[in-house]
Write a new protein. Sequence first.
Length: 278
Amino acid sequence: MNQDERNKLYIARCLLDGKMTIREAAGILGLSERQIKRLKKGVKEQGDAFVIHKNRGRKPAHALTDEIQNLVIYHKQSEKYSRANFSHFQELLEEHESIHLSKPSIYRILVSNGFTSPKKHTRVKQHKRRKRMPQRGMLVQIDASPHTWFFNGEECSLHGAVDDATGEILALFFTPNECLEGYWRVMKIVISNMGIPLAVYSDRHSIFRSPKIDKLSLEDELKGRKVNATQFGRAMAELGINLIWAKTAQAKGRIERLWETLQSRLPIELNIAGYNYN
């Protein structure tokens, strides 16, 4: 019996012996007179047992069993799931292990056992976001991301395309390095599945933009001298696609955010699926 329970029992005995009024007892315990009457009646009928909390020594009905908690910890320590952040880990447990727990429950179990969730890189400076295009297919953002996509520790490049209006991933393609072939494959998938977009938004990589453009002087431009388009640029022109070069990485925000998400999740999903290229 704790101190609070002892105090209630003492006051109840005083009430039963006529040594104290209901109002006085309410003032001492900080309870309503109705609660005091219930206390007096309960002790009279049930004795000391009435003031002892009924759930003492029991786990709450909604408490997770030790077996479930240990299973969650076991999976988080495994090579299969160790790199997953807490949110992704909860989804993987549901999909692959048939463990159905809420994200807050997973968070509590892991934090209480000393785990920390891998965090995304925080953006130092917030940039004003450009408005999305009003319709699907008006603008497609393309880019490539070098990363250790597979658990073999070797880096390769994932080429991708995202629709600016919807954020939909239109195509993904792996190559050892960022290259023209990777972008050819991506554009082929985009056009096959969606049709020809009005415009493609890329960075200023030499695949898209000739470095000779920066060497043109004002006199050259006044004389009408031009630099030949790259092979990719010529192909886009033949298809009637307007190729637009972004001035900064932040300008390609849709696909840059996609890389953040994929770098966190895709290697784990590929490993679970058995794609471990050596």
